[in-house]
Design a protein around this ligand. Structure first.
Ligand code: AMP
Length: 318
């Protein structure tokens, strides 16, 4: 082969490789288009999109969030992506569940960064409506969610769970998911959502996902962003004390364990325990003795400076 023919052949191979790539691209373009994440802000647009997907036979998974996403949220999204054809994530800071105006005002909002994270996690649709879209008129519905909504958070944040039920029921109506994913960090919230689903005869399957923690044990939370470096150092005592209380509980009564956790944490600078209750994991009613139930969870809320943090620990699981 002369040098010229050799060069020509090399050039043709080079061109044909590009040709194959172009053919592949044109062939697969519609598929790439389908998996490109869409950000939707209107309920009607979301409903139309979901109806089309359902008509094409897709199953729909849903993760409701208030944004400022971290790895805790992303683990729910990951599971949702794995278990459904389409994963929908809502990002909406719901005003009706905040009984503290200051908390609502300071809640972090990072939609652009959230969308980037969600896209790389495989989310197909982000629903990010304005408040007026979700509440065109005042929502005056009062949900009868039973005892699970009255204890602990229900006592310290009156109206909070009613607001959660208002928004989650509206979101379920808009998305009509097969499955919805919630984190066990908000342990009581899952019980409340299950109660709401029963109340409304909703067909949505509720999936509970484990708490995701920082390497040192602090439960991931959007509110952690508001801690000063000093407060962040002190906040780690919450999870560490809960972990230690599991060993403590082996030799002590329920009341002694409560005292141990509360006194240990109140002795740490910046920390103030709002409540720590040891409850039956289903009814959320206090247990008096370890033998009272085969599913026992300790639920805690602690103020770290101005920031309200929650966490929980399982003492017994059947
Ligand atoms: P939020 O944006 O705080 O309303 O949380 C949205 C969902 O993410 C809720 O179901 C939370 O329970 C869940 N979630 C938040 N933080 C964590 C975490 N550290 N581990 C597991 N789930 C979490």
């Amino acid at each position: 082969m002369s040098f010229l023919t050799y060069k020509m052949t090399a050039f043709l191979i080079f061109l044909s490789e590009y040709f194959v790539i172009w053919v592949l691209f044109i062939f697969f373009a519609p598929i790439f288009k389908d998996i490109e994440m869409e950000v939707i802000t209107k309920i009607a647009d979301l409903q139309k999109k979901i109806a089309d997907l359902r008509a094409a036979g897709s199953s729909i998974g849903f993760v409701p969030t208030m944004g400022a996403l971290h790895n805790g949220h992303l683990q729910l999204v990951k599971r949702c992506v794995e278990e459904n054809d389409i994963c929908v994530v809502s990002v909406f800071v719901n005003p009706t569940q905040f009984n503290d105006k200051n908390d609502l005002l300071h809640y972090p909002r990072t939609l652009d960064a959230d969308c980037k994270l969600l896209e790389s996690a495989g989310c197909a649709i982000v629903f990010a409506p304005e408040v007026e879209e979700m509440y065109p008129v005042e929502d005056t519905r009062v949900f009868n969610l039973g005892k699970v909504a009255e204890v602990m958070e229900g006592k310290y944040r009156p109206g909070h769970f009613n607001g959660v039920a208002q928004i989650v029921s509206k979101l379920f109506d808009a998305v009509r998911p097969d499955k919805a994913y919630f984190g066990e960090k908000d342990f009581q919230q899952i019980a409340v959502i299950r109660s709401m689903v029963k109340l409304l005869n909703s067909p949505v399957q509720i999936v509970a996902c484990p708490i995701v923690r920082e390497a040192d044990g602090l439960a991931l939370s959007s509110r952690n962003l508001r801690l000063t470096p000093e407060q962040r150092k002190n906040a780690v005592n919450i999870s560490q004390t809960l972990f230690k209380s599991r060993t403590f509980a082996e030799q002590h009564s329920v009341n002694e364990t409560i005292e141990y956790v509360v006194n240990t944490l109140n002795a740490v600078p910046d920390l103030r325990v709002e409540y720590f209750e040891i409850v039956d994991g289903d009814s959320l009613l206090s247990v008096k003795e370890w033998a009272d139930s085969d599913y026992i969870v300790g639920c805690i809320t602690v103020y770290c400076g101005e920031v309200r943090l929650i966490d929980n620990i399982v003492y017994r699981h059947r």
